[in-house]
Design a binder for this molecule. Structure first.
Ligand code: ZN
Length: 134
């Protein structure tokens, strides 16, 4: 099982098969959001009072320390840490509701997932030898 943790406070963000974060809409509506811990699964859950609207840009925060997780250098990317079999990766996903993009990055190693990955590929130098498998 993969573990996801906050890059700032290093608290665990995964409970069972979901990642628990806090999110805020452009209109400052905020709430908790559950994202699937399975890479490539873009299902999400919120309370009915906190409706996620497709196409809107959200800010994401650590559910423990409330640090903002939107990446400053890569617009529209949210970054958390992923630990898999003792190896730590940066895991990026889109802050735009409905945009299916995930990048798993460790040094030169870049894995990309999701229907809309080409939109954000410019932020990552995806080596040619990986591209053919994706
Ligand atoms: Zn944190």
């Amino acid at each position: 099982m993969k573990d996801y943790f906050c890059p700032v406070c290093r608290s665990q963000l995964r409970i069972d098969d979901q990642i628990v974060l806090s999110a805020k809409s452009p209109k400052n509506e905020q709430g908790l959001i559950f994202l699937s811990a399975k890479i490539g699964d873009y299902s999400k859950k919120t309370h009915p009072d906190f409706e996620i609207r497709e196409g809107e840009e959200y800010k994401f925060y650590c559910s423990v320390c409330h640090a903002q997780l939107n990446d400053e250098e890569k617009p529209n990317m949210v970054k958390i840490k992923l630990e898999e079999e003792g190896t730590i990766y940066d895991c990026y996903f889109s802050n735009i509701a409905g945009e299916e993009v995930t990048f798993k990055v460790r040094g030169e190693e870049v894995e990309e997932y999701g229907f809309h990955k080409e939109r954000r590929r410019k932020y990552f130098d995806v080596p040619d030898e990986y591209k053919k498998y994706l």
